[in-house]
Design a protein around this ligand. Structure first.
Ligand code: SF4
Length: 515
């Protein structure tokens, strides 16, 4: 019989969340480094370099890897011989640990949870509640798997019920391109097959918490059909050419994890959940001897790469930006922005567009004339930071507001991550504007370009309020130019062709033959 003290459990949850906010796991860093070394697409390699440099900076500075510090997912395995020294149930204790971690004075994490989800959508302020699953198992210990899952990748979760004879590979290959780049590849795909609808989704999520071992699997070859299937999917998903940030390249996934469960003879439920460049999770065990301890990894784990803009990068003075200059940008160009940008994301866009559509004026001093919007919800600043980690959020969510923003405000360009929809691209072309991308998962690195931040409007929206950032050489890539050319279309198409011409396809059968 082990006795788990409330204080030990809460502290362990809190410490775990702080730990994963700034440390990528060693297996993730190793796989990402390998992808960096193999990458031949210049923009994709540049994006991976930024993610790796950001990762090392965060490990060193103990600041979050990404501005989206996630929704907390917890899987508890509670031994039948465990006694709890508390009157509170485990889910309440988890939430207490989440609260403590996200309001940490030295490394506050961005609270992203809103309640209720349908109507009020008010931020709970401390990132509670977590999504906690409890399972009773034999033994006298509590096993905890805890993750901070980014919204961009969680939003791309997919479920289907296939016919028993349908191919999982075909479904995955048809589905992944539809996810777009909002899940910030390169990352992982967690796949759950079997059970029921909700079980397959849980399997997919739990699969993402397994260690990355694709390197090992590639070198030793598969020892069973499931491993052969993982290899086949790894090769074929990467052959789609989607690449880092969806810009086209050799690596879209670092690993494919699959879990299965028996299912009904008539069913083949399948679920797929991507995990992003900010893959964050850790496992620990409590046996009653005290709180869990989390050893800091050696900084030697990170590759000694540095990131600097290429010689062809163009320096842009935002204080003098004109539509004529924007028209000179071409998809794929690297820009270094200096001057003022305005921030806004979902909630602020909704407010602004409602005001504009009602014929009302925007609150003073909000003025988008000849300005650039950055889609971002930063982490709160600490110490002498101008702003906490401040990477881009998924631009696709702002598509529904873009026609109004471009048509009624004098806006010149937008900065976000991932692709834009066809109608939005047409709006960008019509208004001779541009869409730029920063690297999702490089939030701390991006934030170092921000010299100051000034609140402009909607303070009640918290991290979604509108700020004016003064940036110095903020690196971005032109993703959609004023002619409507889109890097998220041309990049993957080019690299898919390159890969097709370079490699024979790999199937489960050929993999077995090879072994
Ligand atoms: S890396 Fe991308 S998907 Fe992941 S948490 Fe950050 S912004 Fe969200």
């Amino acid at each position: 019989m082990a006795t788990i003290r409330e204080a030990d459990f809460v502290q362990s949850i809190s410490d775990a969340l702080q730990y994963i906010s700034y440390y990528h796991s060693a297996d993730f860093v190793a796989h990402l480094t390998d992808a960096y070394e193999r990458e031949r697409s210049a923009v994709a390699r540049d994006a991976i370099a930024q993610i790796l440099v950001n990762s090392r900076l965060c490990a060193h500075g103990h600041r979050p890897i990404c501005q989206d510090t996630g929704i907390v997912n917890v899987f508890l395995k509670v031994g039948m011989d465990v006694r709890w020294d508390t009157t509170r149930i485990p889910t309440e204790l988890v939430d207490e640990g989440v609260r403590r971690a996200y309001t940490h004075p030295e490394n506050p994490l961005r609270p992203s949870i809103v309640d209720d989800p349908l109507f009020a959508r008010e931020n709970t302020g401390d990132n509670t509640p977590a999504v906690t699953h409890v399972e009773i198992v034999p033994g006298a210990q509590v096993e905890v798997a805890i993750a901070a899952k980014g919204g961009g990748s969680e939003n791309k979760s997919t479920f289907a019920v296939l016919n028993p004879s349908d191919s999982l590979v075909d479904w995955v290959l048809a589905t992944v391109p539809k996810l777009g780049a909002g899940w910030c590849p390169p990352g992982l795909l967690g796949i759950g097959v079997g059970g029921t609808a909700e079980r397959s989704m849980l399997l997919a999520k739990q699969a993402l918490l397994d260690p990355l071992d694709m390197h090992e699997l590639l070198s030793r070859g598969p020892s069973n059909r499931l491993e052969a299937l993982r290899l086949e999917l790894y090769e074929k998903v990467n052959a789609l050419g989607i690449g880092a940030q969806g810009l086209g390249g050799l690596t879209t996934v670092l690993d494919i994890k699959i879990r299965t469960y028996p299912t009904h003879a008539a069913s083949k439920p399948v679920a797929m959940i991507p995990n992003c460049a900010a893959t964050r999770h850790v496992h620990f065990v409590l046996d009653g001897s005290g709180p869990a301890s989390f050893d800091p990894p050696s900084l030697e784990l990170w590759p000694k790469i540095s990131w600097a803009p290429g010689a062809s990068a163009r320096r842009i003075d935002l204080e003098k930006l004109t539509r004529a200059e924007v028209k000179g940008w071409r998809a794929g160009d690297t820009l270094l922005l200096s001057g003022r940008v305005l921030t806004a994301r979902d909630a602020a866009h909704r407010r602004i567009v409602e005001l504009l559509n009602a014929g009302d004026s925007l609150p003073t001093p909000l003025d988008f004339t000849n300005r650039v919007i950055y889609y971002v919800g930063p982490v709160d600043a600490v110490g002498n930071e101008a702003v906490g980690p401040a990477g881009p959020t998924t631009a696709t969510r702002m598509d529904k507001f873009t026609a109004t923003m471009l048509g009624k405000t004098g806006l010149l360009a937008m900065i976000g991550k991932a692709e834009r929809g066809a109608e939005t691209i047409e709006q960008i072309r019509t208004h001779e504007a541009a869409y730029l991308i920063a690297v999702g998962g490089a939030a701390y690195l991006v934030s170092r370009a921000v010299r100051s931040a000034r609140l402009l409007a909607f303070p009640e929206l918290g991290m979604e309020a509108v700020y004016e950032f003064d940036v110095q050489e903020m690196p971005v890539t032109v993703a959609v130019d004023s002619t409507g050319a889109s890097l998220h279309s041309t990049g993957p198409a080019f690299w898919r062709e390159q890969i097709r011409n370079a490699r024979p396809p790999i199937t489960v059968e050929s993999k077995h033959r090879r072994d």
